[in-house]
Ligand binder design. Structure first.
Ligand SMILES: [Zn+2]
Length: 280
């Protein structure tokens, strides 16, 4: 049975009947059941990993995704960009399966005859699905709905890619990571934070960053390989793509948190004992 949901399409911005957008595409191993972690907030700060995993809302069926796009946008991105994402995902999985990677290992793969722009636009369409309003406010509608369009403001938006070992999906809307500090005159309130959104589904994870004036390139080093330059390729340009990035795992829904299971459990134990400030 098809659900009837009307709302604002997150790519074109028009109010229409919405269709389920699979994030990532259904063809990229996203058809069946799976799990995602609920947000790890203050109410469950002291839970063990097992307790967090038992909390409500962790399963999905029929692929990870939501009713976010109209049929026209969904079909367009599905035809123009999704096949390339699928090819890349197959390349990623084959390399992951051939090697016994540990977290933080360097992942190095060469993929022949890649279409970087198509892959990139699929990633952007997924971030638009996750984040209501970013397409229309950042000129991403035209970028996505005209396959040949190269207008993409790389001084404002950066996309970083990592390889994901975890089988758990993650879709984090825009949030702020880091510390906001105030100087004595309250004139310089924010200087050490990143505005980001993150998406992960085996075998890839991506971080979208809104670059703020205070950010320096080194702020983004831990987020993965910078693939923002893909935006400037042509739709039909192919190349042999060499991807060098880190293998990551995650266990919680904190953005850019790639601690191992043991490190997460250790941190939860410390919180339970009475605060996180008693570290050596
Ligand atoms: Zn639309």
């Amino acid at each position: 049975m098809t659900k009837k949901i009307t709302g604002k399409c997150r790519i074109c911005g028009e109010t229409k009947k919405l269709t389920k957008e699979h994030v990532p595409p259904k063809s990229a191993f996203n058809k069946g059941k799976g799990s995602y972690h609920p947000l790890f907030d203050e109410s469950n700060m002291c839970m063990s990993l097992e307790e967090v995993q038992k909390t409500k809302g962790q399963f999905y069926q029929g692929g990870f995704g939501a009713y976010t796009l109209c049929a026209k946008c969904n079909n367009f991105t599905g035809a123009k960009y999704a096949p390339e994402y699928q090819r890349m995902a197959i390349g990623g999985i084959v390399t992951l399966l051939k090697n016994n990677f540990k977290s933080n290992d360097i992942f190095h793969v060469k993929i022949k005859k890649c279409y970087p722009l198509r892959f990139f636009k699929q990633i952007i369409s997924m971030f638009c699905s996750i984040n209501d309003g970013i397409a229309t406010t950042n000129n991403l509608t035209g970028f996505l709905l005209n396959e040949k369009c190269n207008y993409f403001d790389e001084n404002r938006i950066g996309i970083f890619m990592y390889v994901l070992k975890s089988q758990i999906a993650r879709a984090l809307p825009i949030m702020i990571k880091g510390t906001a500090t105030l100087d004595s005159n309250f004139t310089n309130p924010f200087e050490n934070f990143i505005v980001l959104s993150e998406f992960g589904h085996y075998p890839f994870g991506f971080v979208l960053v809104f670059k703020e004036k205070h950010n320096k390139p080194e702020d983004f080093l831990e987020l993965g390989a910078d693939i923002t330059w893909f935006a400037k390729c042509n739709y039909d340009t192919t190349c042999e793509l060499e991807i060098i990035t880190k293998v990551r795992e995650y266990h919680l829904q904190y953005p850019a948190d790639y601690r191992s299971k043991t490190a997460v459990e250790e941190s939860a134990r410390r919180n339970k004992k009475g605060g996180d400030n008693d570290e050596k």
